[in-house]
Design a protein around this ligand. Structure first.
Ligand code: GCO
Ligand code: MG
Length: 415
C-alpha cells in the first residue's frame, strides 16, 4: 500500500538560543512521520515560508518512497536553483524522507547507505580562550575525553566582537567586528609556537581562518603555519576567490579544508577533481540534504578527498545525526566536527543548563563516548522531536551582527 505525504509542517525552536528549523513530513500512515533539518539560523523565517508555501503544496500526495525524484522535483520547481534558502528548505524534506525510508525499512539510515565502515566516528572539538593558558587547559580537557583532534582559535575568528569602530578607524566609521589581519596572524602563529612547545607534535590541531584574510594573506599565513604541521587548515581562501587555491596547493603541504559555505555543485566539483583540497566541509542542509551530500561524498572518494562535514551549533541534532550516519557509512570519511551536543550521560558541569534543553527537544542524538560519536541503531535518523519542549524555546529574528566584519578602515570583509 503506497504511503503518501499527508502534511508538511515546520517547527522552529532555539533551545540554546540558536535558531533551528525542523521539517516534519507526516504521512497517510497514522503515526508515521519523518524529520529533517532545514536550519539556516540567520534566515529561519524565509526557509519556513518556502517549505510551507511552496514545497508543501508541491509534495502533498506524493509517494514518500521516491526520495531521489522528489529531491529533483523540489530542486527544479522554482526554476532558479542551488541557493541557500531553498536548499535548506529542500534539505528539511529530503532528510525527513530518508528518516521515513529508514523507519519503513526498520533500518538506520547508515544501513540504507551500505552499512558501517567504522563503529564510531572520530570527532574534533573547538578549543579557544582568552589566553594561551586557558586554551591549553581547554585542550587538556578535550584530550582527557579521548579527543585526539582539536581545532584551536586565538580569541574567536580573526578578531574581536561587534562593537563601535576602533580608535584607528576613520572618523565616523560604523560599528562592526573590526579585524586586523596582521595582528590575527601574528597572535595565532605565537599561539601555535607555544602549543607545539607545550604539547609537542602528538596532538592533531586544526585551525579555521574563516575567510577573514585577503587570499594573499591567507597564502602567506598558510606558509608560516607549515612548521606547526596542522591536521588541516580551514577556509584559508574566501569562497569567491577559489582561483587562489591552486597557488595555495602549490605552496603548502598542510592539508586544506574548505566548503562550509558551499551551496552549488560548481563550488566543489572542480576543486575536488583538481585535487585542490583535502577535506570537504559542506553543511549538509546548505547543499540540499542527504541526497546531494551522499553524491558529493562519493565524488570526493573518487579523487581521494576526505569528508569533514560542518558540525556547528547552528544545525539541529537531526543534521548532526545525518552527518554521523553518512560518516559511519563512508569509506573516505576524514574527521567530524562536533559542537559539543553531549548526551545527558556526559554533561560537563558548566553545560548543565542549555545543553539539556537541546536534548529534551531532540531525544536520540548520537552519543559521544571517549573520543568517538556513535549513532543509535534506531530506524531512520534515530532522533525525535518533542514539540512541547520545542515550543518552550521560540526563535528570535534579530539583526545578525557577528557577520558585519570590517577591515581597520571600515571596509566590509568576508565574515
Ligand atoms: C565552523 C564554522 C562555524 C560558523 C558558523 C556560522 O567551522 O564550525 O566556521 O563556526 O562560523 O556555523 O553560523
Ligand atoms: Mg569553519
Amino acid at each position: 500500500m503506497t504511503v503518501a505525504i499527508r502534511d508538511i509542517r515546520v517547527v522552529c525552536t532555539a533551545p540554546e538560543g540558536i535558531n533551528l528549523v525542523v521539517v516534519k513530513v507526516e504521512t497517510t500512515e497514522p503515526g508515521l512521520y519523518g524529520l529533517g533539518c532545514a536550519t539556516f539560523a540567520y534566515r529561519h523565517l524565509a526557509v519556513k515560508l518556502v517549505v510551507e508555501e511552496y514545497l508543501k503544496p508541491l509534495l502533498v500526495g506524493q509517494n514518500v518512497e521516491n526520495v531521489e525524484q522528489l529531491w529533483h522535483l523540489m530542486h527544479h520547481n522554482g526554476y532558479w536553483r542551488n541557493g541557500p534558502i531553498e536548499n535548506n528548505a529542500i534539505s528539511g524534506v529530503d532528510m525527513a524522507l530518508w528518516d521515513l525510508k529508514g523507519k519503513m525499512a526498520t533500518m538506520p539510515v547508515y544501513s540504507l547507505l551500505g552499512g558501517k565502515v567504522r563503529e564510531g566516528v572520530p570527532i574534533y572539538r573547538h578549543a579557544d580562550g582568552r589566553d594561551t593558558q586557558e586554551i591549553i587547559a581547554n585542550i587538556e580537557k578535550y584530550r582527557a575525553q579521548g579527543i585526539r583532534h582539536i581545532r584551536v582559535q586565538c580569541g574567536g575568528y580573526g578578531g574581536g566582537g561587534f562593537g563601535p569602530a576602533t580608535a584607528t578607524a576613520p572618523e565616523g566609521s560604523p560599528p562592526g567586528v573590526y579585524l586586523d589581519g596582521k595582528t590575527y596572524m601574528r597572535d595565532t602563529l605565537k599561539l601555535f609556537e607555544d602549543l607545539r612547545s607545550h604539547f609537542g607534535f602528538d596532538v592533531d590541531f586544526c585551525h579555521d581562518v574563516h575567510e577573514r584574510l585577503h587570499p594573499r594573506d591567507g597564502i602567506i599565513f598558510a606558509e608560516e603555519l607549515e612548521r606547526f604541521k596542522l591536521f588541516f587548515l580551514e577556509e584559508a581562501i574566501p569562497l569567491e576567490r577559489h582561483e587562489y587555491l591552486r597557488e595555495l596547493r602549490a605552496k603548502v603541504s598542510t592539508p586544506i579544508a574548505q566548503g562550509e559555505l558551499f551551496n552549488h555543485p560548481y563550488e566543489w566539483r572542480n576543486i575536488i577533481a583538481e585535487g585542490l583540497i583535502d577535506f570537504i566541509r559542506v553543511h549538509l542542509s546548505q547543499a540540499g540534504g542527504i541526497t546531494p551530500t551522499r553524491k558529493l561524498q562519493i565524488l570526493a572518494e573518487n579523487f581521494g578527498v576526505r569528508t569533514a562535514w560542518h558540525g556547528p551549533g547552528d544545525m539541529s541534532p537531526l543534521a548532526h545525526a545525518a552527518n554521523i550516519h553518512l560518516d559511519v557509512a563512508s569509506q573516505n570519511f576524514g574527521l567530524q566536527e562536533w559542537s559539543g551536543t553531549e548526551p545527558p550521560n556526559f554533561v560537563i558541569q558548566e553545560l548543565k543548563g542549555p545543553r539539556e534543553a537541546l536534548l529534551d527537544v531532540f531525544p536520540g542524538l548520537p552519543e559521544f563516548r571517549n573520543g568517538y560519536v556513535y549513532p543509535n541503531a534506531l530506524p531512520g535518523l534515530g532522533v525525535d522531536l518533542n514539540e512541547a519542549e520545542a515550543a518552550k524555546y521560540p526563535c528570535e529574528n534579530t539583526v545578525t551582527t557577528w557577520t558585519q566584519t570590517r577591515l581597520p578602515d571600515g571596509t566590509l570583509q568576508t565574515p
